[in-house]
Design a protein around this ligand. Structure first.
Ligand code: NAD
Length: 489
């Protein structure tokens, strides 16, 4: 679908679209064509404060509604999101390079709002008569103002995942989208109908309940993290920023912080695996969204007896991927999101060539001007090499060979991260034993799909984060305080 030549993206505060108070905007380039697609208003300190104040003012009336009453707004919003699927797909393609073919994010985001609308009433307090002469009870209450800070790689889905459970439980929200791909996470009046804040307005949410700002992490993100009126903060992004946010919370009001951070996910392929399925899944995992996925299996360990065949098939699979303009149908592989991301991946490619054997790719394609990277495979890379330890966030996989289960378990767990892991084997005993030993918040058995079962919690062990999101019960609980009432009879 066509987009306007240039989009002006404004802040959405207290139910109104507004310009940055200091007049600052920043440009967004299409990473495939390098053409300017939007000017985005940058939230200043004053704008961020105003968004928090609006959310605070809206809290008493919003929290007084029942979950069903709040859910009625969600259902309208979900329907609008679905209606605008193609426009969201085009916006993400133009602003961060995700191919429109196979774009599922709008439907998944709408489903989160629909689902929360259905289950909002579920989280309730408890009662106890264990203490003689007392009827004790707990009351679940919303925090007040909740902030969400999201990255650029799957913006619409993270926006929905953070805001739907916070809002349905009676909190009000200030969401800060990433400075890299802010177009889907907020909207401007000049783009008539298609973007998110416009849909929030259209769905009739009361003013101030849901504020969406764009801006830089070190300004608006940092202000939200330090803000005394923000009582809980849900963050998805890098470990570096997660640590800054946790420190800011510790220095300010000790707000509740949930962190969904990076990964260096291993996939372990045993000799008895369904080889074609393992290749298909593991190759897709590192290729989808050009490898810009927190859970992508960037380290694959394959058993020595099948390694040659696996690597050959993996190579064929990666070669069959269609690289091109993400706005065109039939393209599987778009550019990296921006110049910074592109340069970072190129640096890792050079490091990878120094440490391991290059089997495929290893450079930017010479026939494209955008921020493209060839799908890249390294083998025989030492475990302590930077490309084995650090998150690359590009279409770059290291495939190493192992002999025994004990050896590979130790290697798979030899990382500071613990977000996702996968094991491929037809032996159910081994699958369960091995999965139990893997240090990761999610372990796929014979699958490495980037889209998870929506009824399951998602989050990290170790430096991949704190808390769980995804499955509504975990998320709803995240955004509710527990008040205990001891009550004498
Ligand atoms: P990032 O940490 O650079 O930025 C994420 C967000 O934090 C942005 O909105 C940014 O503006 C904001 N921010 C930056 N500095 C800040 C500060 N000082 N205070 C408050 N906010 C600040 O991450 P990114 O480059 O946008 O995203 C990529 C990272 O996100 C990768 O590490 C990836 O693995 C991770 N990620 C994790 C998950 C998950 O579910 N665990 C999902 C997607 C991405």
């Amino acid at each position: 679908m066509g987009l306007p030549d240039k989009i002006e993206a404004r802040l959405f505060i207290d139910g109104e679209f507004c310009e940055s108070s200091n007049g600052k905007t920043f440009p967004i380039k299409n990473p495939s064509t390098l053409k300017l697609v939007a000017d985005v208003h940058e939230a200043s300190e004053q704008d961020t404060d105003r968004a928090v104040a609006a959310a605070k003012a809206a809290f008493p009336a919003w929290s007084a509604l029942s979950p069903d009453q709040r859910g009625a707004y969600f259902k309208k919003l979900a329907a609008l999101i679905r209606e605008h699927n193609d426009e969201f797909a085009a916006l993400e393609a133009a602003s961060m390079g995700k191919p429109v073919g196979g774009f599922f994010d709008a439907y998944a985001a709408a489903a989160k709002f629909d689902h929360c609308a259905e289950v909002g009433y579920i989280v309730q307090g408890t009662t106890s008569v264990q203490t003689p002469g007392y009827l004790n009870m707990t009351l679940r209450q919303p925090f007040g103002v909740v902030a969400g800070i999201i990255p650029w790689n799957v913006p619409l889905l993270f926006l929905a995942g953070k805001t739907a459970p916070a809002l349905i439980t009676g909190n009000t929200v200030v969401l800060k989208s990433s400075e890299k791909a802010p177009l889907t996470a907020r909207a401007s009046l000049c783009l008539s109908s298609a973007k998110f804040a416009t849909l929030v307005q259209k769905a009739g949410f009361p003013k101030g309940v849901f504020n969406i700002i764009t801006g830089f992490g070190n300004v608006s993100g940092s202000i939200l993290s330090h803000h005394m009126d923000v009582r809980a903060l849900s963050f998805t992004g890098s470990g570096r920023t997660g640590r800054l946010i946790q420190a800011a919370a510790a220095k300010s009001n000790l707000k509740q912080v949930f962190l969904e951070l990076g990964g260096k996910s291993p996939a372990v392929v045993f000799e008895d695996a369904d080889l074609e399925q393992a290749v298909k899944e593991t190759a897709y995992s590192i290729q989808w969204n050009s490898g810009q996925v927190c859970m992508a299996n960037s380290r694959v360990y394959v058993q020595d007896t099948i390694s040659e065949k696996y690597i050959e098939l993996f190579k064929e699979h990666m070669k069959s991927v269609t690289m091109g303009d993400p706005l065109e149908k039939g393209v599987d592989h778009g550019p990296q999101a921006d110049e910074v991301q592109h340069k970072a991946v190129l640096r890792y490619l050079e490091m990878g060539k120094q440490s391991g054997d290059l089997v495929l790719g290893g450079a930017a394609p010479s026939d494209r001007e955008g921020y493209y990277i060839q799908p890249t495979i390294f083998t025989n890379t030492p475990e302590d090499a930077a490309v084995m330890k650090e998150e690359i966030f590009g279409p770059v996989v290291n495939i190493n060979v192992f002999k025994t289960e004990e050896e590979v378990l130790e290697k798979a767990n030899n990382t500071e991260y613990g977000l996702y892991a996968a094991v491929y084997t037809k032996n159910i005993d081994r699958a369960l034993r091995f999965a139990k030993g893997l240090e990761a918040g999610t372990v796929g058995v014979n699958c490495t799909s980037p889209s998870l079962a929506k009824d399951m919690p998602f989050g990290g062990y170790k430096a991949s984060g704190t808390g769980r999101e995804g499955e509504p019960l975990y998320s709803l609980n995240n955004f509710l305080e527990i008040k205990t009432h001891p009550r004498s009879l």
